[in-house]
Ligand binder design. Structure first.
Ligand SMILES: Cc1ncc(COP(=O)(O)O)c(C=O)c1O
Length: 392
């Protein structure tokens, strides 16, 4: 296909639900991508939070190839080895729990919402979530999402959701009723502009949940899989959630969702209460196992800590030089650079210079490089960003 044919095929046959950047990518390796003209790009937002190991990690490719040649799919009424192994590896890294496999972040959150309601036994079903949160596009996940722009046109949404101010424990307390069953949050709001939860707030939330018998659901769809330097972001906060949800990076580029729930919650469920045809299939589980193994073997959390220190130092130095940068915030390699100007033109200019980044919440540049990123790659990215910001 020629370039123009690609664009016209999208225009004629694919629903226009995405804002598209006119680049056609054909190849990726680590933090680099190549377009159809063989032009190379440095990717500082690989796969919208999917590429924690960069593009086409060799161990993920090897695992997928091997599994595809043996057994591509087997439904969930049978047993298979990759699912048994992956569940165990996830639980080892989290807390005593059981997992439910599905195919995306929204589905994992949907499962968390359904399981919470089941746990509430019909008497309690209300879920409290936060302003500027993002939990996915299915109707219940959308109802939990604290950003009106995503909900417009899709009402009526399922009832039983209340959204309150982030990092405000009094607002949470005020929203509680005798029907409340769970509190759901991202510890770093990704789509909402890289807003980091305060430690005291999270400790108070855990205490409140214990006092009132509420479930604490942490959406780790973007923050999980070592993004913040620990396997899961909650591990920075000295608390244990009742439920976490995972997706994006755990599949190494293949679609997966996982709901991880404390054993007592998991054991309230029985056969037929919830299901997913493709959830936890052999190929995706082999890919995810390879991701977790590579994170351990390549000492990825240590690299995140080192590279995080390095990039924050560089970005803060840039902030001191350029008044257009209002704030640099985040944790590990989940980084927001808040500007006093619109972010999209900056993203566009960076793209022209061969650097891929993202903008969220209008004026927050979002950098989420692969976790095996090097100092050299950071230097190059920050140099491009600095040039672009200086001339904007
Ligand atoms: C925190 C969070 N939760 C849920 C989702 C939804 O995930 P998916 O697009 O896989 O349904 C996203 C997607 O960006 C997310 O960032």
């Amino acid at each position: 296909m020629k370039l123009e044919e690609v664009f016209s095929s999208y225009k004629d046959y694919i629903m226009p639900t995405y804002t598209k950047t006119p680049v056609v990518f054909v190849k990726g390796k680590g933090s680099r991508l190549w377009d159809i003209h063989n032009r190379a790009y440095l990717d500082f937002f690989p796969g919208w939070g999917v590429g924690n190991l960069g593009h086409c990690h060799p161990k993920v490719m090897q695992a997928v190839r091997d599994q595809v040649s043996k057994l591509i799919f087997i439904p969930n009424n049978y047993y298979h080895l990759p699912q048994a192994k992956l569940a165990r590896e996830i639980v080892y890294r989290a807390f005593p729990a059981k997992v439910f496999f599905c195919n995306s972040g929204a589905e994992a959150n949907e499962a968390a919402i359904k399981f919470s309601r089941k746990f509430g036994k019909g008497a309690r079903h209300e879920i409290i979530s936060f302003e500027n949160s993002f939990h996915g596009r299915t109707l219940a996940a959308l109802a939990a999402t604290g950003q009106k722009k995503y909900q417009e046109g899709f009402q009526p949404l399922p009832e039983g959701f209340k959204t309150v101010k982030f990092n405000d424990i009094e607002a949470v307390k005020k929203a509680l009723t005798d029907k409340s069953i769970a509190i759901m949050l991202e510890l770093i709001q990704g789509e909402g502009g890289i807003n980091v939860a305060d430690k005291e707030f999270v400790t108070a939330l855990r205490r409140l949940c214990d006092e009132k018998g509420l479930l604490l659901i942490v959406d780790e769809v973007q923050t999980g899989v070592a993004r913040t330097g620990k396997y899961f972001a909650y591990q920075h906060y000295g608390i244990t959630p009742d439920i976490i949800t995972l997706a994006k990076a755990i599949g190494g580029g293949l679609p997966i969702g996982v709901m991880v729930a404390r054993k007592e919650i998991a054991d309230t469920l029985g056969p037929g209460m919830h299901a997913s045809t493709f959830g936890g299939g052999p190929v995706i589980c082999r890919a995810a196992l390879a991701v977790l193994k590579a994170i351990q073997k390549e000492k990825i959390p240590a690299n995140v800590e080192k590279m995080s220190g390095y990039i924050f130092l560089k970005l803060n130095a840039l902030k001191n030089k350029l008044p257009v940068i209002k704030e640099v915030r985040g944790l590990g390699l989940m980084i927001g650079v808040e500007l006093s100007i619109a972010g999209s033109p900056i993203v566009e200019k960076c793209l022209q210079r061969g650097l891929l980044i993202n903008c969220t919440h209008d004026n927050v540049l979002r950098l989420m490089p692969a976790l095996n990123i090097t100092k050299k790659e950071i230097d190059k990215a920050v140099d491009i960003l600095a040039d672009v910001l200086e001339s904007s």
